[in-house]
Design a protein around this ligand. Structure first.
Ligand code: CUA
Length: 317
Protein backbone atom coordinates (compact mmCIF):
# COMPACT_ATOMS: atom_id res chain seq x y z
CA UNK A 1 0.00 0.00 0.00
CA UNK A 2 1.62 3.31 -1.03
CA UNK A 3 1.79 5.06 2.30
CA UNK A 4 3.13 8.57 2.21
CA UNK A 5 5.72 9.45 4.77
CA UNK A 6 7.24 12.60 3.35
CA UNK A 7 5.68 15.35 5.31
CA UNK A 8 8.08 18.16 6.07
CA UNK A 9 7.28 20.97 8.42
CA UNK A 10 9.40 24.03 9.00
CA UNK A 11 9.43 26.26 12.05
CA UNK A 12 12.16 28.49 10.72
CA UNK A 13 10.68 29.23 7.31
CA UNK A 14 7.91 31.72 8.02
CA UNK A 15 5.31 32.01 5.27
CA UNK A 16 2.82 34.27 6.99
CA UNK A 17 3.03 37.64 8.69
CA UNK A 18 2.16 35.94 11.98
CA UNK A 19 4.96 33.41 11.53
CA UNK A 20 7.33 36.32 10.73
CA UNK A 21 6.54 37.85 14.11
CA UNK A 22 7.06 34.56 15.95
CA UNK A 23 10.30 33.93 14.06
CA UNK A 24 11.56 37.41 14.89
CA UNK A 25 10.89 36.81 18.60
CA UNK A 26 12.46 33.34 18.41
CA UNK A 27 15.63 34.74 16.81
CA UNK A 28 15.75 37.58 19.30
CA UNK A 29 15.56 35.16 22.24
CA UNK A 30 18.18 32.88 20.72
CA UNK A 31 20.63 35.73 20.14
CA UNK A 32 19.99 37.21 23.58
CA UNK A 33 20.41 33.81 25.26
CA UNK A 34 23.62 33.10 23.33
CA UNK A 35 24.94 36.55 24.29
CA UNK A 36 24.18 35.94 27.95
CA UNK A 37 25.77 32.51 27.87
CA UNK A 38 28.97 33.93 26.38
CA UNK A 39 28.97 36.80 28.88
CA UNK A 40 28.55 34.47 31.86
CA UNK A 41 31.23 32.05 30.63
CA UNK A 42 33.55 34.98 29.94
CA UNK A 43 32.98 36.42 33.40
CA UNK A 44 33.51 33.08 35.10
CA UNK A 45 36.82 32.61 33.31
CA UNK A 46 37.86 36.19 34.03
CA UNK A 47 36.95 35.89 37.73
CA UNK A 48 38.69 32.52 38.09
CA UNK A 49 41.89 33.97 36.74
CA UNK A 50 41.76 37.45 38.21
CA UNK A 51 40.50 36.65 41.69
CA UNK A 52 42.02 33.27 42.31
CA UNK A 53 42.98 32.90 45.94
CA UNK A 54 46.52 33.74 46.92
CA UNK A 55 46.00 33.11 50.58
CA UNK A 56 44.71 30.43 52.95
CA UNK A 57 43.25 33.00 55.36
CA UNK A 58 39.44 32.55 55.26
CA UNK A 59 38.77 36.15 56.34
CA UNK A 60 40.72 37.48 53.40
CA UNK A 61 39.11 34.98 51.02
CA UNK A 62 35.65 36.30 51.80
CA UNK A 63 36.06 39.46 49.74
CA UNK A 64 34.36 42.77 50.35
CA UNK A 65 30.75 43.86 50.04
CA UNK A 66 30.07 45.70 46.80
CA UNK A 67 26.58 47.26 46.84
CA UNK A 68 26.78 48.75 43.35
CA UNK A 69 27.78 45.46 41.80
CA UNK A 70 24.98 43.61 43.60
CA UNK A 71 22.42 46.18 42.42
CA UNK A 72 23.71 45.77 38.87
CA UNK A 73 23.52 41.96 39.10
CA UNK A 74 19.90 42.08 40.28
CA UNK A 75 18.69 45.11 38.35
CA UNK A 76 20.32 44.18 35.03
CA UNK A 77 18.67 40.74 34.65
CA UNK A 78 15.36 42.13 36.00
CA UNK A 79 15.34 44.82 33.29
CA UNK A 80 16.24 42.20 30.69
CA UNK A 81 13.33 39.99 31.81
CA UNK A 82 10.98 42.98 31.58
CA UNK A 83 12.25 43.68 28.08
CA UNK A 84 11.64 40.02 27.12
CA UNK A 85 8.14 40.31 28.55
CA UNK A 86 7.48 43.45 26.51
CA UNK A 87 8.75 41.78 23.32
CA UNK A 88 6.60 38.71 24.01
CA UNK A 89 3.43 40.70 24.68
CA UNK A 90 3.85 42.88 21.59
CA UNK A 91 4.43 39.74 19.49
CA UNK A 92 1.33 38.09 20.95
CA UNK A 93 -0.70 41.19 20.18
CA UNK A 94 0.56 41.20 16.60
CA UNK A 95 0.01 37.47 16.08
CA UNK A 96 -3.34 37.09 17.82
CA UNK A 97 -5.12 40.46 17.90
CA UNK A 98 -8.46 40.71 19.68
CA UNK A 99 -11.26 39.84 17.28
CA UNK A 100 -14.40 41.96 17.21
CA UNK A 101 -16.97 39.48 15.98
CA UNK A 102 -19.62 42.16 15.56
CA UNK A 103 -17.49 43.56 12.73
CA UNK A 104 -15.72 40.51 11.37
CA UNK A 105 -17.12 37.24 10.09
CA UNK A 106 -14.83 34.25 9.64
CA UNK A 107 -13.59 33.53 6.14
CA UNK A 108 -13.30 29.86 6.95
CA UNK A 109 -14.52 27.58 9.71
CA UNK A 110 -12.29 24.62 10.52
CA UNK A 111 -13.78 21.85 12.61
CA UNK A 112 -11.48 19.21 14.02
CA UNK A 113 -12.81 15.65 14.20
CA UNK A 114 -11.22 12.43 15.35
CA UNK A 115 -9.11 12.34 13.07
CA UNK A 116 -9.67 14.69 10.21
CA UNK A 117 -10.31 18.31 9.43
CA UNK A 118 -13.51 19.74 8.07
CA UNK A 119 -13.39 23.08 6.30
CA UNK A 120 -16.38 25.28 5.62
CA UNK A 121 -16.27 28.50 3.60
CA UNK A 122 -19.35 30.23 5.01
CA UNK A 123 -19.52 33.06 2.46
CA UNK A 124 -19.80 30.56 -0.37
CA UNK A 125 -21.37 27.55 1.36
CA UNK A 126 -18.47 25.38 0.24
CA UNK A 127 -17.31 22.37 2.26
CA UNK A 128 -14.17 20.33 2.00
CA UNK A 129 -11.97 18.10 4.11
CA UNK A 130 -8.29 17.81 4.96
CA UNK A 131 -6.84 19.66 1.98
CA UNK A 132 -7.59 23.19 2.98
CA UNK A 133 -7.47 25.88 0.33
CA UNK A 134 -6.73 29.42 1.47
CA UNK A 135 -6.01 32.62 -0.43
CA UNK A 136 -2.57 34.20 0.02
CA UNK A 137 -1.97 37.94 0.15
CA UNK A 138 -4.90 39.03 2.28
CA UNK A 139 -5.92 38.88 5.93
CA UNK A 140 -8.02 35.89 6.94
CA UNK A 141 -10.05 35.17 10.01
CA UNK A 142 -10.41 31.49 10.80
CA UNK A 143 -12.91 30.10 13.26
CA UNK A 144 -11.57 26.98 14.94
CA UNK A 145 -13.95 24.40 16.39
CA UNK A 146 -13.92 20.83 17.60
CA UNK A 147 -16.62 18.22 17.12
CA UNK A 148 -15.39 15.84 19.81
CA UNK A 149 -12.23 16.21 21.92
CA UNK A 150 -9.53 18.87 22.19
CA UNK A 151 -7.36 19.10 19.08
CA UNK A 152 -4.76 21.69 18.17
CA UNK A 153 -4.13 23.25 14.78
CA UNK A 154 -0.51 23.89 13.96
CA UNK A 155 1.05 24.62 10.60
CA UNK A 156 4.51 25.82 11.67
CA UNK A 157 5.24 27.82 8.52
CA UNK A 158 2.00 29.73 9.04
CA UNK A 159 2.59 30.70 12.65
CA UNK A 160 0.91 30.01 15.91
CA UNK A 161 -0.86 26.97 17.27
CA UNK A 162 -4.44 27.18 18.35
CA UNK A 163 -6.46 24.77 20.46
CA UNK A 164 -9.76 23.52 19.15
CA UNK A 165 -12.01 22.94 22.10
CA UNK A 166 -15.47 21.34 22.07
CA UNK A 167 -18.19 23.89 22.80
CA UNK A 168 -15.89 26.86 22.35
CA UNK A 169 -14.93 28.77 19.21
CA UNK A 170 -11.39 30.06 18.93
CA UNK A 171 -10.16 32.46 16.28
CA UNK A 172 -6.97 32.53 14.28
CA UNK A 173 -5.77 35.55 12.32
CA UNK A 174 -3.70 34.66 9.31
CA UNK A 175 -2.02 36.51 6.47
CA UNK A 176 -0.26 34.06 4.17
CA UNK A 177 2.47 35.83 2.22
CA UNK A 178 3.06 33.45 -0.66
CA UNK A 179 1.06 30.78 -2.46
CA UNK A 180 2.41 27.34 -1.63
CA UNK A 181 1.74 24.06 0.11
CA UNK A 182 2.14 24.07 3.86
CA UNK A 183 2.01 21.08 6.16
CA UNK A 184 1.02 20.75 9.76
CA UNK A 185 -0.16 18.25 12.32
CA UNK A 186 -2.65 18.13 15.13
CA UNK A 187 -0.62 19.16 18.16
CA UNK A 188 -2.80 17.99 21.02
CA UNK A 189 -3.05 14.29 21.76
CA UNK A 190 -6.57 13.41 20.68
CA UNK A 191 -6.69 9.62 20.51
CA UNK A 192 -5.37 6.61 18.65
CA UNK A 193 -4.82 8.31 15.28
CA UNK A 194 -3.55 11.63 16.58
CA UNK A 195 -0.22 11.23 14.84
CA UNK A 196 -1.99 10.80 11.50
CA UNK A 197 -4.14 13.87 11.92
CA UNK A 198 -2.20 15.90 9.45
CA UNK A 199 -2.96 19.18 7.82
CA UNK A 200 -2.40 20.27 4.25
CA UNK A 201 -2.88 23.92 3.47
CA UNK A 202 -2.95 24.83 -0.19
CA UNK A 203 -2.39 28.59 -0.36
CA UNK A 204 -3.27 30.11 -3.71
CA UNK A 205 -3.41 33.47 -5.41
CA UNK A 206 -6.78 35.19 -5.05
CA UNK A 207 -7.60 34.27 -8.62
CA UNK A 208 -6.80 30.56 -8.21
CA UNK A 209 -8.61 30.49 -4.89
CA UNK A 210 -11.78 31.95 -6.40
CA UNK A 211 -11.53 29.50 -9.23
CA UNK A 212 -11.33 26.69 -6.67
CA UNK A 213 -14.28 28.08 -4.72
CA UNK A 214 -16.34 28.36 -7.91
CA UNK A 215 -15.60 24.79 -8.91
CA UNK A 216 -16.51 23.57 -5.42
CA UNK A 217 -19.70 25.64 -5.21
CA UNK A 218 -21.30 23.66 -7.95
CA UNK A 219 -22.43 20.07 -7.61
CA UNK A 220 -19.90 17.45 -8.62
CA UNK A 221 -19.62 16.24 -12.17
CA UNK A 222 -21.02 12.76 -11.78
CA UNK A 223 -19.44 9.87 -13.62
CA UNK A 224 -21.98 8.13 -15.84
CA UNK A 225 -20.40 4.84 -16.91
CA UNK A 226 -22.25 1.73 -15.79
CA UNK A 227 -19.81 0.80 -12.99
CA UNK A 228 -20.07 4.31 -11.55
CA UNK A 229 -23.85 4.21 -11.75
CA UNK A 230 -23.82 0.92 -9.86
CA UNK A 231 -21.48 2.50 -7.31
CA UNK A 232 -23.72 5.54 -6.95
CA UNK A 233 -26.76 3.33 -6.36
CA UNK A 234 -24.90 1.33 -3.70
CA UNK A 235 -23.57 4.48 -2.07
CA UNK A 236 -27.08 5.89 -1.77
CA UNK A 237 -28.61 2.59 -0.58
CA UNK A 238 -26.00 1.60 1.96
CA UNK A 239 -25.05 3.37 5.15
CA UNK A 240 -22.56 5.74 3.38
CA UNK A 241 -25.16 8.51 3.20
CA UNK A 242 -25.57 8.58 6.97
CA UNK A 243 -22.10 10.05 7.37
CA UNK A 244 -21.09 11.62 4.05
CA UNK A 245 -22.42 14.46 1.97
CA UNK A 246 -22.29 14.69 -1.81
CA UNK A 247 -23.88 17.94 -2.95
CA UNK A 248 -26.57 17.43 -5.55
CA UNK A 249 -27.51 13.97 -4.22
CA UNK A 250 -29.50 12.67 -1.28
CA UNK A 251 -26.25 11.99 0.61
CA UNK A 252 -26.28 14.64 3.33
CA UNK A 253 -24.45 13.10 6.32
CA UNK A 254 -22.12 15.35 8.23
CA UNK A 255 -20.30 12.94 10.56
CA UNK A 256 -17.65 12.14 7.94
CA UNK A 257 -15.85 14.17 5.28
CA UNK A 258 -17.77 15.87 2.48
CA UNK A 259 -17.16 13.86 -0.68
CA UNK A 260 -18.66 16.21 -3.28
CA UNK A 261 -15.38 16.80 -5.08
CA UNK A 262 -13.35 14.05 -3.45
CA UNK A 263 -11.36 13.11 -6.54
CA UNK A 264 -9.97 16.65 -6.76
CA UNK A 265 -7.99 16.06 -3.55
CA UNK A 266 -4.43 14.84 -3.76
CA UNK A 267 -4.53 12.68 -0.68
CA UNK A 268 -6.92 10.66 1.41
CA UNK A 269 -7.19 10.37 5.19
CA UNK A 270 -5.09 13.42 6.10
CA UNK A 271 -2.14 12.29 4.08
CA UNK A 272 -2.08 8.54 4.74
CA UNK A 273 -2.88 7.54 1.18
CA UNK A 274 -2.51 9.05 -2.26
CA UNK A 275 -5.96 9.68 -3.65
CA UNK A 276 -6.70 7.24 -6.44
CA UNK A 277 -9.27 4.60 -7.20
CA UNK A 278 -7.16 1.73 -5.91
CA UNK A 279 -6.65 3.44 -2.56
CA UNK A 280 -10.31 4.39 -2.31
CA UNK A 281 -11.01 0.68 -2.74
CA UNK A 282 -8.41 -0.25 -0.10
CA UNK A 283 -9.86 2.23 2.33
CA UNK A 284 -13.51 1.19 1.91
CA UNK A 285 -12.49 -2.47 1.93
CA UNK A 286 -10.59 -2.34 5.24
CA UNK A 287 -10.76 1.06 6.92
CA UNK A 288 -9.89 -0.30 10.34
CA UNK A 289 -6.62 -1.74 9.06
CA UNK A 290 -5.59 1.56 7.53
CA UNK A 291 -6.82 3.92 10.22
CA UNK A 292 -7.64 1.86 13.35
CA UNK A 293 -10.38 3.29 15.57
CA UNK A 294 -11.54 5.74 12.87
CA UNK A 295 -15.31 6.17 12.75
CA UNK A 296 -15.44 4.59 9.29
CA UNK A 297 -16.68 1.04 9.99
CA UNK A 298 -15.67 -2.21 8.32
CA UNK A 299 -18.48 -2.77 5.82
CA UNK A 300 -20.02 -6.12 5.09
CA UNK A 301 -19.88 -5.86 1.32
CA UNK A 302 -18.52 -7.94 -1.51
CA UNK A 303 -15.46 -6.79 -3.44
CA UNK A 304 -17.40 -5.97 -6.61
CA UNK A 305 -19.71 -3.62 -4.71
CA UNK A 306 -16.76 -1.89 -3.07
CA UNK A 307 -15.05 -1.61 -6.46
CA UNK A 308 -18.14 0.06 -7.87
CA UNK A 309 -18.33 2.55 -4.98
CA UNK A 310 -14.62 3.36 -5.26
CA UNK A 311 -15.04 3.88 -9.01
CA UNK A 312 -18.00 6.22 -8.42
CA UNK A 313 -16.10 8.26 -5.82
CA UNK A 314 -12.97 8.42 -7.99
CA UNK A 315 -15.10 10.05 -10.69
CA UNK A 316 -16.57 12.79 -8.48
CA UNK A 317 -14.94 16.00 -9.57
CU1 CUA B 1 -6.42 15.80 16.72
CU2 CUA B 1 -4.48 15.25 17.93
Amino acid sequence: MPFQFIFLQFVTRPASRQADEINRLFNFFNIAAAGMLLLVIGLVIYICVKFRSKTDDPAEKQGKKNGKLEALMIGGPALLVLFFLYETITTMAAVAPAVDLSKATPDIIITAHQWWWEAEYPHDKVFTANEIHLPAGRPLLMEMRSADVIHDWWVPELGNKIDMVPGMNNYLSLFIKQPGKYSGTCSEFCGAEHAWMRIRVVAETDEDFHHWIDSNKTAAKFPVDSLALTGEKLFMEKTCVNCHRIAGTEAAGIAGPDLTHVSARRELLTGILINNEANLFNWINHPQQIKPAAKMPELIMDRDSIKAIAHYLAGLN
